[in-house]
Design a protein around this ligand. Sequence first.
Ligand code: ZN
Length: 154
Amino acid sequence: MGAIKENTQRTGGERMSESRYKELKTMLEERRREIQAEVQGKMRDVRAAGEVGKLNEVFDAVESSEADIQEEIEFALIQMKSETMNKINDALARLEQGDYGYCFDCGEEIAEKRLRALPFAVRCKDCEEARENAERRERLMAQRRGSSSLFFDM
Ligand SMILES: [Zn+2]
């Protein structure tokens, strides 16, 4: 008995429900942990490869230059991962402010399933598709314009 419990309280006086907030936060934090572990693993690999590379230098110059290329690839990967990490930190900050997970175009909540697959999606599926279609049309128009001007030049 008694009063019906108000269940409309939102974080930050905004629209997001507490359970969605928690789900998204957990999802982003898990992803951050994964990437952190990957980056640390890679750093160890690079360091180990660097030491082996030094030993090989004396024996085989070609092989060590291959190791250098491998090392560069590894560093590029680490860089990409740390950029992703920045994006996740960004998303977490936006989540705290109540800005994360809303469609940039229509302002509706982006489906959680979509955010799990694409954590940095800024549009809901419908708006993204509409945008892609518009872009495709525009490209096609530009193509037509391009080919007709080519035709006139002949
Ligand atoms: Zn939308």
